[in-house]
Write a protein that binds this ligand. Structure first.
Ligand SMILES: NC(=O)C1=CN([C@@H]2O[C@H](COP(=O)(O)OP(=O)(O)OC[C@H]3O[C@@H](n4cnc5c(N)ncnc54)[C@H](O)[C@@H]3O)[C@@H](O)[C@H]2O)C=CC1
Ligand SMILES: O=C(O)[C@@H]1CCC=N1
Length: 273
């Protein structure tokens, strides 16, 4: 099956990298992006075919992945509308953009699955939240699931409104983890370790702790308590974090991301025109 990506930026590149390793021929992937450097990089690395704008070649795609910024989606959808005679599945990865708005911009085309992947897809360790709009067939839903499972796990939602919370937790989530790792690395250096040592210690700790949490039958809070000797070093760190309101700040940050997703949908979807 031919999969066309409209937009070949960061998230599309992560998906293509994950998919290219799974498909028998990278040439089954076609990428449309106005940036020739972006296209050259994707063609060199993954053997995809490329174009700088949507043309008739997009028409024979079984799946079209919409991977442009939310602000570009309306224009891209309008340009795509004349090329949907082959009834492809449209897979949107854009934050915020509501299915009803996308369908309208596509000229009333309803075979849309909204998804929210994340960048660990690049190494096949992504997780994608997904919701199917009314015009999606069972076979198309399966195809969407197959594509996203090629780059990690999938979580299907019944309620489209929940895609904003998914965006806030797992779509944006890698950035929070990187932020925490950056802080750990900076602390390591300020305490006298080398940059390399700090990096090695922080990364191995994140990988080990998250694997342990995934594999353990115990709740994460129990695992945390097992590290925390009374009056010990971890206790000192956690008291400091509590005093600084770190947990509440993280909760509020995730809620801010979710609210921004909803706001983007309302702003860009406008009054339904
Ligand atoms: N970066 C991430 O971690 C995630 C991003 N997303 C979503 O993915 C989408 C893309 O985000 P990024 O990849 O981060 O942005 P990006 O800026 O890296 O990529 C956007 C790409 O679209 C291209 N483009 C612009 N106008 C175009 C047009 N008319 N036709 C075709 N291509 C066009 C740009 O040249 C660029 O390569 C957004 O809607 C975002 O909400 C979703 C999940 C995670
Ligand atoms: O920051 C953003 O808006 C996109 C959506 C999820 C991750 N990146």
């Amino acid at each position: 099956m031919k999969i066309t990506f409209i937009g070949g930026g960061n998230m599309a590149s992560a998906l293509i990298a994950g998919l290219a390793g799974q498909l028998t021929a990278g040439a089954n992937i076609h990428v449309v992006d106005p940036n020739p450097e972006q296209l050259a990089r994707l063609a060199d690395n993954f053997g995809v075919t490329t174009a700088t704008q949507v043309d008739d070649k997009v028409g024979d795609s079984g799946v079209i992945v919409l991977a442009v910024k939310p602000q570009q989606m309306r224009e891209v959808a309008a340009g795509l509308a004349p090329h949907l005679a082959g009834q492809p599945l449209l897979l949107s990865i854009a934050a915020g953009i509501r299915g009803v708005d996308l369908a309208r911009w596509l000229g009333g085309y309803g075979a849309i699955v909204r998804t929210m992947p994340n960048t660990p897809a690049l190494i096949g360790r992504g997780i994608t939240g997904m919701v199917a709009m009314g015009g999606v067939t069972a076979a198309q839903k399966q195809a969407a699931d197959d594509i996203m499972k090629a780059v990690g796990a999938t979580v299907w939602l019944d309620d489209e409104a929940l895609i904003d919370p998914v965006t806030a937790v797992s779509g944006s989530g890698p950035a929070y983890v990187f932020y925490f790792i950056e802080a750990m690395q900076q602390a390591a250096q300020e305490l006298g370790l080398t940059e390399e040592q700090g990096k090695q210690l922080a990364l191995a700790t994140f990988a080990g702790a998250s694997q342990l949490a995934a594999q353990s039958p115990d709740e994460v809070a129990v695992l945390r308590e097992r590290v925390t000797s009374k009056g010990g070093t971890t206790y000192a760190a956690l008291v400091s974090m509590e005093q600084s309101g770190v947990k509440q700040a993280i909760i509020e940050a995730v809620k801010a991301a979710s609210a921004r997703g909803r706001e983007l949908g309302e702003q860009l979807g406008g009054d339904g025109a």
